[in-house]
Write a protein that binds this ligand. Structure first.
Ligand SMILES: Nc1ncnc2[nH]cnc12
Ligand SMILES: [Zn+2]
Length: 334
């Protein structure tokens, strides 16, 4: 099964580019940019990546991002992630970035977006990996800051397909961003949001009704509300689930307790993603393997995660058909 998973075509829909900052690159950039980091070795970094909830992770994650200063740093970060995608047979990826994490430190919006975009272009040309870029608002910040960020995105509409919502879910309800999402939709952006990761199932309902999202990031707490599950099945609302992340952040105690395979078998459009792979112990193949090892599945079921991700992606119908055809061929031949 490991070989089958390794070679399986994959599509990633939930990936924070700042969460791909591996300790080695963190040290290299800290040196290059003369930035102090509170670690003296990669072992010390690994020891610090011992989280007890989302907030304990976010504190370390925002600190790590301090080494990203110049456009080349964002390029190097994104390029390193794309090389890992290539190893894992990821054919298409939709990437989140958090502009406010950087503008708050005086790093211009353009520096971030241009560095990421240059690497994505090279990824398409040299590795054949297609991509989309989604700008997330930090939900612990206020509505005004989100509106300012939306304004800055205006010049980069050719590079950014949608807006999302991330950071601390508990205490920062979707309603806080209803107006900014409405304006983003008016301006032609697609919308997604983190919901039902640590927060209750009602946050998923709010993301759908108030923010009009087309897919929900995480969403695993939907199982607390059977009527919501029925609705998600009927509407085939995609959930971008991140199994290793959920274990690291103690959303579930262990992978055997994770509900992703149960949700798949109930007919939900669930997908497998890596979230912040440098912090959570694995990229796409690692996430697929961790789920398959804890929950025996048929090859057809494993491939269904890819079919769901293709369907849930923001690519054209023609491109969806092409990727589905490749996945179907792989399934028939392996
Ligand atoms: N898993 C996650 N939840 C919320 N915000 C995030 N930012 C990066 N990773 C996140
Ligand atoms: Zn996330």
């Amino acid at each position: 099964m490991n070989d089958f998973i390794q070679g399986l075509p994959k599509v990633e829909l939930h990936l924070h580019i700042e969460g791909t900052l591996e300790p080695e690159l963190m040290f290299e950039l800290a040196k290059r940019n003369n930035v102090d980091i509170p670690f003296s070795s990669t072992e010390e970094v690994s020891r610090a990546y011992n989280f007890h909830n989302l907030q304990s992770f976010l504190d370390i994650y925002y600190q790590g991002a301090n080494v990203l200063i110049n456009e080349q740093d964002f390029f190097d970060l994104t390029w390193a992630y794309l090389l890992r995608c290539h190893e894992d047979n990821v054919l298409h990826t939709e990437i989140f970035f958090d502009p406010q994490t950087h503008t708050a430190r005086g790093i211009p919006f353009d520096t971030t977006v241009n560095g990421i975009h240059r690497a994505l272009k090279k990824g398409a040309e040299e590795l054949g990996i297609s991509s989309k870029l989604i700008m997330c608002f930090l939900r612990h910040l206020d509505e005004e800051s989100a509106f300012e960020t939306l304004e800055q995105a205006n010049r980069h509409k050719d590079k950014i397909i949608g807006v999302g919502l991330d950071s601390a879910e508990v205490g920062n309800p979707a309603g806080k961003f209803e107006r900014v999402f409405k304006e983003a939709i008016n301006q032609g952006f697609l919308t997604v949001a983190h919901a039902g990761e640590e927060g209750p199932a009602s946050n998923i309902r709010d993301a759908l009704s108030l923010l009009k999202v087309t897919r929900v990031d995480h969403g695993v707490r939907c199982s607390d509300d059977p009527t919501l599950v029925e609705q998600l099945v009927a509407q085939q609302t995609p959930l971008t689930v991140c199994p290793l992340s959920n274990i690291k952040l103690k959303v579930f105690d262990k992978m055997e307790d994770h509900n992703i395979v149960h949700l798949l078998r109930q007919g939900l459009c669930v997908t497998i993603n890596s979230d912040d792979p440098a912090y959570f112990g694995g990229y796409m193949t690692d996430n697929f393997m961790a789920v398959a090892n804890a929950h025996p599945m048929s090859k057809k079921e494993i491939a269904q995660f890819t079919f769901n991700a293709i369907e849930a992606s923001f690519i054209s119908d023609k491109e969806k058909e092409r990727l589905k055809g490749m996945t179907q061929n792989y399934l028939e031949q392996n």
